[in-house]
Ligand binder design. Structure first.
Ligand SMILES: *Cc1c(COP(=O)(O)O)cnc(C)c1O
Length: 393
């Protein structure tokens, strides 16, 4: 922890300095340790390390100094005791479930989650006897009704993708704890710069570091943050044995990304708010989804729970898929890609890409219309992005 005399360090100080342990080379910037294993002073020292009697590095599947710096920095930013870095966001979700659950356990999950997470729950956890019930993100009674005696985990993302529905983390944490369950929150859209789920009562925070933690679309990675007895035992134990490990190079990119997280997130929020306000005024746009708009159904909750409204804006154009594709194809700056959390603005047609594997009925139920477009607002001049979108409207 950075030494700030007698007061606790602020968020930005932690983002720049937490987790760094300078080596004998006196380097200023954090080093990368691309080594698979470590050398012991003697056979007895090796035995003591392996037995866990002496702390220290053993093998980079589960101990690497660069990865540890990233883990300690993200843990400090989320206000968690322990962080485990993983090879991807999906590996973080899988490691959480495989490390903490067993056959016969049950998950209650929001229906509005990342598509691959739905497939992981249904196709892979289901295969090992872990069943999932999906409920509406903002339907508190529905969450309560879905809980069974064998339910162990409640899972959600807030704001959701792509419709930016906001879940009440404190209320769902209370519900989870009243039923002996853990609450896991995928904090990908907000990052700890805008929302700290652990402080609101969640037990586990999950990240796709691929998105805003990197922030420049370079590396794939993930992380799980929470208490030592949850993340340090179950999740770390799974990682150590099963091996979905983050590489030291990727950890270095992510830990440097954390240093600018706060200013980047604030710039993404300001630009997204401007875009959402502008879109509301445009003819041909029938609806805009952004938690920063007063018309958003959970605007008040978002204002209370988040310190910014995020960088993702979704909107519906009149004329269905043809109109949506025409708008997307008319852009020259926006990148047509499904990724998000990049300095470059990205534009996506969810109904035929990220949500294309759902049936038309499932899409209707999730509110993904054929005219819906998602924009992950980057850091370009926002007037240029508005002008780019105006071309196809
Ligand atoms: C991208 C994403 C994931 C999966 O992360 P990967 O790094 O692509 O494996 C999980 N949750 C959300 C909300 C995401 O956007």
């Amino acid at each position: 922890m950075p030494d700030t005399h007698d007061k606790p360090p602020g968020f930005e100080t932690l983002a720049v300095r937490a987790g760094q342990q300078r080596t004998a080379e006196s380097e200023h910037s954090e080093p990368i340790f691309p080594t698979s294993s470590y050398v012991f002073e003697s056979a007895a020292a090796a035995a003591a390390r392996f037995a866990g009697d002496e702390p220290g590095n053993i093998y980079s599947r589960f101990t690497n100094p660069t990865v540890r710096t990233f883990e300690q920095r993200l843990a400090a930013l989320e206000g968690g005791e322990r962080c485990v870095a993983t090879a991807s966001g999906m590996a973080a979700i899988y490691a959480t479930c495989a490390g903490l659950l067993q056959s016969g356990d049950h998950i209650v999950s929001s229906r509005s989650i990342f598509g691959s997470t739905t497939l992981l729950f249904n196709n892979y956890l289901g295969k090992f006897g872990i069943e999932t019930t999906f409920v509406g993100q903002d339907d508190l009674a529905g969450w309560e009704q879905a809980i069974r005696p064998e339910t162990r985990l409640l899972f959600l993302e807030t704001p959701s993708n792509p419709l930016t529905e906001v879940a009440d983390i404190a209320a769902l944490a209370e519900l989870a704890h009243a039923n002996d369950c853990l609450l896991a929150v995928d904090n990908c859209f907000c990052t700890p710069a805008l929302q700290q789920p652990l402080a609101l009562g969640a037990d586990i925070v999950i990240h796709s570091a691929t998105k805003y933690l990197d922030g420049q679309g370079r590396c794939v990675g993930g992380a799980v943050v929470g208490r030592e007895d949850v993340v340090g035992e179950g999740v770390y134990g799974f990682l150590r044995t099963c091996g979905p490990t983050m590489s030291p190079f990727n950890a270095w990119v992510f830990l440097k990304g954390l240093e600018t997280l706060s200013i980047r997130m604030r710039a993404h929020c300001a630009a997204a708010q401007q875009l959402a306000d502008w879109l509301q005024e445009q003819r041909g746009v029938s609806r805009v989804y952004y938690p920063g708009l007063e018309s958003h159904p959970q605007h008040t909750l978002a204002a209370r729970q988040q310190s910014g409204f995020g960088g993702i804006v979704a909107f519906e154009v009149e004329g269905g898929q043809a109109a949506a594709w025409k708008l997307i194809d008319a852009t020259r700056i926006c990148s047509i890609t499904a990724n998000l959390g990049d300095t470059k603005t990205t534009i996506t047609h969810p109904a035929t890409t990220t949500h294309g594997r759902l049936t038309p009925e499932q899409r209707d139920e999730s509110g993904i219309s054929d005219g819906l477009i998602r924009v992950a607002v980057g850091l370009e001049t926002i007037d240029d992005i508005c002008a780019d979108l105006a071309h196809g409207l």
